[in-house]
Design a protein around this ligand. Structure first.
Ligand code: SF4
Length: 223
């Protein structure tokens, strides 16, 4: 059983509620989606067996908050991931999964070994893709058995209608989860500012907690 891994490195988490935490990053190659704003341009990978990846992870000896399994979409390699989670959990590592929140069947296979889930909510008006609400609803239902927070990229094109749909799902499935509103780093931030404040106000009226958190690693020039 092999997985395509684009890179393994240590850095600090650049987005979401665990911003600034030191992590080992394992970035999987390939994704099942094609978001208009995607900046994860992966063009090379190395194939690993679970044991080979485990040996490489063991080379990182500092104190880390967790291992971040990211991508691409790590759940494309669910069986591999399940095995690597089994190997690393014997060594006291916490497991942080960064996912686009669509492959719910794959999540079910390994949810027991995940500690924190950073789950995207893909707004059709932001991604330029079709509606993924049903997949997100099923995914969040499983994810909410563990610690989960949600992230949505906010662009100039993002609609209030999509925000309201996302809020309805959070209220229905996991009402205590926080929604991180992440401004698209490639758009004019001052133009997005007003939209973010408006979205925060709408979420507050709906009883959903939101935070506006930009991608800090891009601002700081980190990996
Ligand atoms: S889910 Fe993430 S990696 Fe996949 S296309 Fe969208 S932004 Fe890119």
């Amino acid at each position: 059983m092999k997985a395509k891994i684009a890179e393994i490195f240590e850095s600090v988490q650049g987005e979401g509620l665990y911003l600034g935490e030191k992590q080992i990053f394992v970035r999987f190659f390939n994704c099942n989606l094609s978001c208009a704003y995607c900046d994860t341009k992966l063009d090379r990978f190395t194939e690993y067996e679970p044991k080979e990846l485990f040996e490489e992870i063991k080379l990182y000896r500092d104190k880390y908050h967790s291992i971040s399994f990211t991508g691409g979409e790590p759940l494309l390699y669910a069986d591999f991931l399940k095995e690597i989670l089994r190997l690393t959990s014997g060594h006291g590592h916490r497991h942080y999964l960064e996912t686009n929140g669509t492959l719910f069947f794959e999540l079910e296979k390994l949810i027991d070994r995940i500690d924190i889930i950073a789950m995207d909510l893909k707004f059709p008006s932001s991604t330029g893709m079709g509606d993924l609400w049903q997949l997100h609803r099923k995914f969040l239902k499983i994810a909410s058995r563990k610690e989960v927070f949600l992230k949505a990229i906010i662009c100039q094109a993002t609609s209030e209608e999509d925000l309201r749909e996302a809020l309805a799902i959070i209220k229905e499935v996991s009402p205590s989860s926080v929604l991180v509103l992440q401004p698209n780093s490639y758009e004019n931030q001052s133009v997005l500012h007003e939209k973010l404040l408006n979205f925060k106000e709408i979420a507050s009226q709906q009883g959903v907690t939101t935070c506006v958190i930009p991608q800090i690693h891009k601002i700081m020039g980190l990996r």
